[in-house]
Design a binder for this molecule. Structure first.
Ligand SMILES: Cc1cc2nc3c(=O)[nH]c(=O)nc-3n(C[C@H](O)[C@H](O)[C@H](O)COP(=O)(O)OP(=O)(O)OC[C@H]3O[C@@H](n4cnc5c(N)ncnc54)[C@H](O)[C@@H]3O)c2cc1C
Length: 300
């Protein structure tokens, strides 16, 4: 049987889209590999009425509620390939299956590519953080670091100064220009030049940030904006139009969430760039509704 839609990715965007389609009694299959981007953090913050809950628990609740709709099928398998065209798509799954659908929604989220600094990856989501709005409050003030990956980190450091006393580790990125240096001075951001060679446990639960020989800098947490990559081969295979953002390439969509391939939609981080749960969920709702409309009023 042909599904109305296949949703690739059962994260915040995918499940939000699924809810709209399920409530319209449309037949959908949700493919999911169960690895939301925030899986490294024990708690999630800032999502209204869910503040402080583990992200996995929020998704598990959503999944349970969706499973009550009889037109919804979950399949815990990766989508590997997209064949066909609008009204006649097929998804080939990693477990050897094939599912046919009129529309497809990509909501696979990002995979973060952290700078190659020893000690960084194992602390990701705990004391190595990307989003001050998500986790900055819990750091509780005091000394914090910003690890530069690109020149944009200087402006980010000026922002993070609302959450603590910032040291910006320039990590061999270009020296900030005069206007940025003046902003950093106003925001009391200290500059620490040189390449960061390691992050290690310091005394009293602090992080020790090493920049070559000399005394390491102690901070409570360090913020970094990693490069984010779309977690799917489908955009490349199908030649989708992409868009450059400060965090990396994302999928270009129109105002309805449709990609450059008619009938293929994208939502969440991969269509928004730097995002959060609320924005991904809202984008999923919008795109789910627009995808539903396209089943009734074809736009192609
Ligand atoms: C460490 C960290 C902490 C964060 N903390 C917060 C926070 O506290 N508050 C907040 O608002 N935001 C937070 N965020 C941001 C938030 O995680 C993202 O904005 C949000 O997860 C994006 O939702 P999404 O649905 O686009 O993607 P995701 O939530 O990443 O979901 C994508 C889903 O697609 C699945 N998938 C991927 N590829 C395939 C495939 N080929 N086939 C089938 N399934 C696939 C994945 O397994 C995953 O389940 C955090 C991010 C990070 C990195």
């Amino acid at each position: 049987m042909t599904e109305d839609a296949i949703i690739i990715g059962g994260g915040f965007a995918g499940l939000s889209a699924a809810m709209q389609l399920a409530r319209a009694r449309r037949r959908i299959t949700i493919l999911d590999t169960g690895e939301p981007r925030n899986r490294f953090s024990p708690h999630s913050h800032g999502f209204l009425a869910q503040d402080g809950r583990p992200g996995r628990d929020i998704l598990a609740d959503a999944r349970r509620q969706l499973a009550a709709y009889e037109t919804v099928t979950f399949r815990d398998a990766p989508a590997e390939k997209l064949e066909g065209e609008i009204d006649g798509f097929s998804i080939l799954t990693g477990d050897g299956g094939r599912i046919d659908a009129r529309r497809v929604l990509l909501a696979t989220g990002f995979e973060d590519q952290l700078p190659d600094v020893p000690g960084l990856a194992e602390r990701w989501g705990k004391t190595v953080l990307h989003c001050p709005y998500c986790h900055g409050y819990e750091v509780g003030g005091g000394p914090v670091g910003v690890l530069a990956r690109t020149a944009d980190a200087a402006r980010f450091a000026a922002l993070v100064a609302d959450w603590g006393g910032v040291t910006l580790f320039t990590n061999a990125t270009p020296e900030p220009d005069d206007a940025t240096l003046s902003l950093l001075e106003q925001r009391a951001v200290k500059l620490r030049p040189g390449r960061v060679t390691a992050i290690a446990d310091g005394p009293n639960g602090m992080l020790s940030v090493e920049t070559g020989p000399g005394i390491p800098t102690l901070v409570k947490a360090i913020f970094v904006m990693p490069e984010a990559r779309v977690r799917s081969a489908i955009p490349g295979d199908r030649g989708l139009t992409l868009k450059e953002t400060p965090v990396g390439k994302i999928i270009q969509t129109d105002e309805t969430g449709q990609t450059s391939l008619p009938g293929l939609y994208a939502a969440g981080d991969i269509a928004l760039g730097p995002g959060n749960i609320t924005l991904a969920a809202a984008d999923g709702v919008k795109t789910g509704v627009m995808l539903h409309h396209s089943l009734i009023w074809p736009t192609h």
